[in-house]
Design a protein around this ligand. Sequence first.
Ligand SMILES: Cc1cc2nc3c(=O)[nH]c(=O)nc-3n(C[C@H](O)[C@H](O)[C@H](O)COP(=O)(O)O)c2cc1C
Length: 190
Amino acid sequence: MADTTQALISRVSVPPRLLGDPAPSGADLDDIMAAAMSAPDHGALTPWRFITIQGDARAKLGDVFVDALKKRDPDADEAAIEKERNRPMRSPMIVVAVAKIDDTVANVPPVEQSVATGIAAYNMILAAQDKGYGGILLTGKNAQDLNVKAALGLEPTDEIVSFVYLGTPIKQVSDKRRPNASEFMSEWTG
Ligand SMILES: Cc1cc2nc3c(=O)[nH]c(=O)nc-3n(C[C@H](O)[C@H](O)[C@H](O)COP(=O)(O)O)c2cc1C
């Protein structure tokens, strides 16, 4: 089997708590982002934008998540607040993958623009893994929250497709049992 196919089959996400230093940087980060740029992109719209957050800025993002939670739920308890505050601190780097949706393009509906951005984010995960890093795509309520979008300088119509958590695995994630593809396939013969 070709190495690429084997890498795809054995790919696993690395939870943020297992992502330590270093985050990808320099030529490695350049390559990871170049991989994002090769995502299939209907109409060559390049709908994606990527916002990198690392170091002390992660604590500021935690504050943004806390403010957003308090606005969503004024009765949020201290445990929930601390969870949001610590959320970005779990890994050394977060890249916010954003689809800048243009709903005026005739042949490329918004869902395709989000899909293209999601594939770009996934390409980042694959390239990161190839270089010995690890990562995971996460969303949650913050991805839809208008206050989070505003704090990141985004428009309400922008879609946060994923928070891409990146770092170096502090321990190996064990292999996962994957679904049997044949259970999800059928043949249409007309
Ligand atoms: C767009 C997107 C958003 C996701 N958001 C979450 C999330 O918020 N929480 C979560 O536990 N998993 C989320 N996942 C799934 C994880 O990225 C990951 O696939 C999952 O933990 C299973 O690990 P695996 O990729 O090794 O199978 C999301 C996946 C995608 C594609």
